[in-house]
Design a protein around this ligand. Structure first.
Ligand SMILES: Nc1ncnc2c1ncn2[C@@H]1O[C@H](COP(=O)(O)OP(=O)(O)O)[C@@H](O)[C@H]1O
Ligand SMILES: N[C@@H](CCOP(=O)(O)O)C(=O)O
Length: 324
C-alpha cells in the first residue's frame, strides 16, 4: 500500500478549483510505490479529458521540489518522455494538500516490466543518454541527496545491526569510495542532472517502446556514470539470481554509447561507479529494513540483494564499457 495520506474527492476538487484545472471525474489511490502518496486523477476541462497523477510528498520538503519538478518540466519540454508537471495558478509546479506538499503531473502510458528483454534494455540505454544530454543545460543545481555524504552519515546508523564481517565490508567500501571521490579522475567525470533511481519499476514500457520514466524524486547532480551504474545493476541482471545477463548489458551499454560515447576516463572509473551504485541501495535498504517508518505497512526490500551485487562487482563481475 502506498496511500499514506487520504484525499477526498471534495478536497481535491476544491484544490483544483484554485487553479481552474477542471472538473474531477475520477480519483483512485495507487497501491504501488514506497515513498509518496499517489493517486490517478482524471479531470475534464473545456470539454476535454486529462489524465494525471497526483503525488503528495511524504518526506520531501518544498525546498527540494523546484529541482525535481523543474527538471521534469525541462526534460518534457525537450521531448524526453517524462511526466510533465502542471503549473498552478501561482505560477509554480507544487501546492499543498492535507498539510503535504503536492504536485499534479501528466499520466504516462505503459507498464513496468519484471524481466526486461535486450530490446527494452536498449530502449533504456538510449533514453538515459538522451536524458543526460537534455539535462545538461538545466539551470538549477541540487546535489544527489543520497550521495557520498548521506552514505557517510547513514552507514554508522545501520552498521550495529550487521554481523562483524558484513560491517567490515560496509566500512571498507565506504572508505574506498571516500578516497576515490577525491581523485581528479573521478572529479573530472561528465556530470549533471541524473535520475539516480532508474529501476525497472520506474520505467513504463509499451512492448519494446518506452512510454516514459517516472519518479524523479531521488534525482540530483552527480556523474552520468553513477546513473548508468544504478540502471545496469537493476536492469541487466536476472531477477531471480541477481546474475548479470550478457545480452542485456551489451544492448544497454551499446545503446547509451551510440548516443553519448563513453570516454576513456569513464571506462577507468566504471568499476567504482558500479560499486557505488550497489552501496547506495544497500545502505538505503538496510535503513528501511532496520529502521522502518512508523505505521508504514510495507514489506521492506531485501538489503542482501545489494550486498551480493556489491560483492560481485568488487570481485570484478561486470561488463566492460564499449569504447569507440
Ligand atoms: N506519471 C505517471 N504516469 C503513469 N503512472 C504513474 C505515474 N507516476 C506514478 N505512476 C504509477 O504509480 C506507481 C507509484 O509511483 P512511484 O513514483 O514509484 O511511487 P513512490 O515515489 O512512492 O515510489 C508507479 O508504479 C506507477 O504505476
Ligand atoms: N528503487 C529503490 C527504492 C526506491 O523506491 P521507488 O519505489 O521510489 O523507486 C530500491 O529498490 O531500493
Amino acid at each position: 500500500m502506498a496511500v499514506f495520506t487520504d484525499v477526498s474527492p471534495a478536497q481535491l476538487q476544491d484544490w483544483l478549483n484554485h487553479s481552474n484545472l477542471g472538473q474531477l471525474t475520477a480519483l483512485e489511490g495507487i497501491a504501488s510505490g514506497i515513498e509518496n502518496t499517489n493517486y490517478f486523477v482524471d479531470v475534464t476541462r473545456a470539454g476535454e479529458s486529462h489524465h494525471y497523477v497526483l503525488t503528495l510528498f511524504e518526506k520531501l520538503t518544498p525546498t527540494e521540489l523546484p529541482f525535481y519538478l523543474g527538471l521534469m518540466h525541462h526534460l518534457a519540454a525537450k521531448g524526453i518522455p517524462v511526466p510533465a508537471p502542471v503549473r498552478l495558478s501561482n505560477g509554480i509546479f507544487w501546492g499543498e494538500l492535507n498539510g503535504k506538499p503536492c504536485a499534479l503531473v501528466t499520466r504516462l502510458q505503459g507498464r513496468s516490466v519484471l524481466q526486461p528483454s535486450a530490446a527494452q534494455c536498449a530502449a533504456m540505454g538510449s533514453w538515459l543518454a538522451r536524458m543526460h544530454q537534455a539535462g545538461a543545460d538545466f539551470a538549477l543545481q541540487q546535489p544527489n541527496l543520497r550521495g557520498l555524504s548521506w552514505w557517510q552519515a547513514t552507514a554508522p546508523v545501520v552498521a550495529p545491526y550487521l554481523p562483524a564481517d558484513i560491517q567490515r565490508l560496509l566500512e571498507d567500501e565506504l572508505a574506498l569510495q571516500t578516497t576515490h571521490a577525491m581523485t581528479t579522475g573521478y572529479q573530472d567525470l561528465p556530470r549533471g542532472p541524473v535520475h539516480a533511481d532508474l529501476f525497472r519499476d520506474n520505467a513504463l514500457m509499451i512492448d519494446d517502446t518506452l512510454g516514459g520514466i517516472i519518479d524523479f524524486y531521488f534525482a540530483g547532480c552527480d556523474t552520468w556514470l553513477f546513473d548508468l551504474a544504478v540502471t545496469l545493476n537493476d536492469w541487466c541482471i536476472d531477477v531471480a539470481t541477481g546474475e548479470l545477463q550478457a545480452g542485456a548489458c551489451q544492448a544497454f551499454l551499446s545503446a547509451y554509447h551510440a548516443v553519448q560515447p563513453f570516454t576513456q576516463q569513464e571506462a577507468e572509473n566504471w568499476e567504482m561507479a558500479l560499486r557505488a551504485a550497489a552501496l547506495r541501495f544497500w545502505i538505503s535498504r538496510l535503513y528501511d529494513f532496520y529502521l522502518p517508518r512508523p505505521a508504514a505497512m510495507l514489506t521492506p526490500k531485501d538489503p542482501r540483494h545489494f550486498e551480493r551485487i556489491l560483492i560481485a562487482r568488487r570481485a570484478g563481475r561486470y561488463p566492460v564499457l564499449p569504447q569507440s
